[in-house]
Design a binder for this molecule. Sequence first.
Ligand SMILES: [Zn+2]
Ligand SMILES: [Zn+2]
Length: 374
Amino acid sequence: MPAKELESPCVDCGDAEFVVDVRSRRLCKWELRQLLIWDPTSHRPCYERYVSLKVLRRIENYRRPKSVPKGQPYKLLLPLSFGLSSSVMLHAMNAQLERQLSKPYPMVGFELHVLVIEPSSISPSSASAEQRFGLLQKNFPRHSYKMLPFHSIYEYEPTVQDIMTQFAGEGFVDDGSLSHKERLDAFRASITTATAKADVDQILLNRLVVSYAKELNCDAILWGDSDSRLAAKTLANVAKGRGSALTWQVSDGKSPSGLEFNFPLRDLFQAELHSYANLIPELMAIIIPDEPPLENTLTKNLSIDELMMRYVQTHGEKYPGVMANVTRTANKLQPAAVSAGARRCAFCDAFMRDSEEQSEFCYACARSRPDSAC
Ligand SMILES: [Zn+2]
Ligand SMILES: [Zn+2]
């Protein structure tokens, strides 16, 4: 039977009509009918292949490093927020693992552990994630899963309580008779500005993720930040005085904790992740959609992180190349040489400069403290 004439064939395979235009490449993608009979080994439509290849190309770095002995798994921790980016990353990693296992002599390069920090324990306006957590384990059963409340930081980091008391200064009195949740709430309430609150939350969440990764003896943490989020994070970190932390908060490499930090979605725009997730119903079922920004929120009530994310989202749509450039440039930064015994900030773990000798806390953390917030 002669092939059907196509009006606008996909530029990659030429076998199907193009459905999406991505960075000026007109590609075909799944139709609902194909999704219902999905077979991962069959021909993958070009759009899905394009997006997953971009992710998988980054993920190839996680093939067993030569230093890891044969037979020993390379353990990765994937913190999942049920947001778009980390959920897409889990799906792509899972697909990669399935492909490795489907080969006649499977060589599995990594082992994946998923950590969820219960969203309702971070923001009381979030609904409980119990149901989504169950769905996650059902849809991607090959990996290990753990859900922890934010306040479990006291169990995983027993020294954090003293650091918090010191950080918060005289205005905060820790009451040891309260539950962990109440103690954390009281500490968070002592932080005054929107920017400092977001900054402090981010540091504590990172500490919890790192402690959990260490407890599992993980080799690396995979952060789900997209190109857009990394661009926003770069600009916000510089504005907050955290420029020196960019080499591990935005770039791939070893963090001061000794664990590798990697950002496999760094080449993908938020909009591309959206299109990818829209192709896959089991993925959409676990994603908590972003709340649309409130139009009438006063700028002064937003944290620098939120402001930068909004800026990148609005301008990133118009000038995606500019945002990609910000992220790419930040990824080329080399960490400053530090001696093995260099002091580290008691709160955020960043290496300290000589000029910060007088304090337990780095310059950026000091700015977030309640008695010196500016
Ligand atoms: Zn195609
Ligand atoms: Zn610090």
